[in-house]
Design a protein around this ligand. Sequence first.
Ligand code: SAM
Ligand code: DTB
Ligand code: SF4
Length: 329
Amino acid sequence: MTDLSEINPAQTWDRAAIEALFELPFNDLLFRAQTVHRAHFDANAVQMSTLLSVKTGGCSEDCGYCSQSAHYDTGLERGRLLDVAEVVTAAQAAKASGATRFCMGAAWRGPKDKDLDGVIDMVRQVKALGMETCVTLGMLQAGQAEKLKAAGLDYYNHNLDTAPEFYGQVVTTHTYEDRLDTLSQVREAGISVCCGGIVGLGESRAMRARLIAELASLDPQPESVPINKLVKVPGTPLAAEADLDPLEFVRTIAVARIAMPTSHVRLSAGRRELGEAVQALCFLAGANSIFYGDKLLTTGNPDVEADEALFAKLGLKPEPVKGCRCAEA
Ligand code: SAM
Ligand code: DTB
Ligand code: SF4
């Protein structure tokens, strides 16, 4: 039997402790994750974020999973930075369908100051709709995070993606240190941190444990932790990677929940491929956030009707924003 006295909220999570969680019998792991989850959250509420790619493709970076890297021929059409009006229209539609956070992604190594001005306008106008705002723009330079904060940015997404030891096998155009540096700038500017990873890249379980240990050791821990399952994009180096066992993905969610008890753990890319039963296990493992809407950045996501049907079957409900009177905005 799992001894609940083992659950020590003040525990610090090194790699060995995280590996031990991964090794637990599946039922013990899920029970423990659900117990931790219920101590901090409404177990039936799910935070809903909608994504929009505001600048697509042509990225200088060589992330081996990414459809938007200029290093690979994925057949993706490059786009310009969208007009703010197009973005506001998409955010209004996301809000009408039930999303509370709008996440804008740009395929950049990092924003040039001129580009940042355009994004700042988007942040201001989306915020004015009464939605939480999030952007993911790549690496930031000094002063940029402060400008975003002043515009009303709530969250900055910047993932560690995998273990430091494995990172160089997936990306060579920037380093793990670069990622950590941007995360510090975001934190220092007073913006909430959205930082997670991607699994199914061919990494070992030990590398998945190392990723979760890195995320859990960020101080404070990230408010949002997206766990992405590789979406295999034809033309990328990882297109032919073997599928990660779905139960290993559920384990990764459960371990993230236990190691980061007060973070929102987001069941992110790859959800469409998981099917309803595995998604249900992910919610049981403590996932309490999703990307909501028919598209992620460039690839597909379950459509809104499918998610409504799944939520109805599972008795899940959208999580309201704390202290927000969004419905009145
Ligand atoms: N360019 C920015 C950056 O790299 O931080 C922001 C956009 S990038 C698309 C955001 C995250 O999406 C990546 O860190 C990765 O975790 C996830 N991602 C990208 N392509 C993916 C894929 N094919 N499958 C699953 N997740 C993916
Ligand atoms: C995150 O961790 N996952 C989202 C968001 N942050 C920006 C992106 C997923 C991208 C999946 C592949 C695509 O649609 O291009
Ligand atoms: Fe894709 Fe972001 Fe890497 Fe560019 S930096 S290739 S957009 S994951």
